[in-house]
Ligand binder design. Structure first.
Ligand SMILES: *Cc1c(COP(=O)(O)O)cnc(C)c1O
Length: 234
């Protein structure tokens, strides 16, 4: 059995050390526990240890897992970090507190409409395709500031930060550095970047949130997970 509570303690210590090395305050960086493919009961030890921020990639999987946990822990903050189809936007607005994968004009418009319709106040991040990879979601880096402005001006949707997943198998440092620059140019303070294998680097480049899955919960087994998670993700 993976000891997620011990893993969390270690990760928080490494985050604090990386923050200190970068001359940053440890409490300026938060840990998002990425729980995709892991069942609800695996969340309980972490919840009891005080973890409240969780991330899911898929609306259907989150819907099956989180409402019952929220009844027990009302201050859970749930983030959507996977791509969102417009026909799932209504469900996503009902279920999540933060959507970190706003990646195109149409979804920004629909999310703004849904928030008004449901009288819900969510928080939003734009996802940047920082490596310009054709298979990946996200806005083009050079369009970041204009996209953030457009979301506000056209839809009244406030983007408060940026999220990225840099190209796999490459040194992530230069991508994180570019993210930091883009956030500054767009006037944004929040940067969600860094995963299990590169979060200390991300902290060095200004991440305000790291998103950790496998280093907390262990290796993911998509085949054994809920049917909604079967088709993959990363
Ligand atoms: C799965 C996922 C993570 C967590 O990945 P690990 O390498 O397991 O830490 C973070 N961000 C996104 C967008 C993901 O899809």
């Amino acid at each position: 059995m993976t000891d997620s509570v011990a893993n969390r303690r270690q990760i928080l210590a490494k985050m604090a050390a990386a923050a200190k090395a970068a001359g940053r305050a440890a409490d300026s960086i938060s840990l998002l526990a990425v729980s995709k493919t892991f069942p609800a009961e695996d969340m309980l030890p972490l919840l009891k240890a005080g973890q409240r921020a969780f991330g899911e990639n898929r609306v259907q999987e989150a819907k099956a897992k989180w409402p019952a946990l929220r009844a027990q822990f009302p201050d859970i903050e749930l983030s959507l970090i996977g791509p969102l189809q417009s026909n799932k936007a209504a469900e996503a607005v009902a279920l999540f507190d933060v959507i970190k994968s706003v990646d195109r004009d149409k979804i920004a418009r629909i999310l703004a409409e849904e928030c008004r319709r449901q009288h819900r106040k969510l928080r939003f991040f734009a996802e940047v395709n920082i490596g310009g990879e054709p298979q990946k979601a996200g806005i083009k880096p050079q369009e970041t500031a204009a996209f953030v402005r457009h979301c506000a001006d056209a839809y009244g949707l406030t983007i408060e930060g940026l999220m990225c997943v840099p190209p796999a198998e490459e040194n992530p440092g230069p991508y994180f550095a570019l993210m930091e620059k883009l956030a500054k140019q767009a006037g944004l303070k929040q940067l969600s970047m860094g995963m299990s294998h590169d979060y200390e680097t991300a902290v060095a480049f200004g991440a305000t949130e790291v998103r950790i899955g496998s280093a907390l919960f262990g290796a993911r087994n998509y085949a054994a997970a809920a049917p909604a998670a079967e088709a993959g993700g990363q």
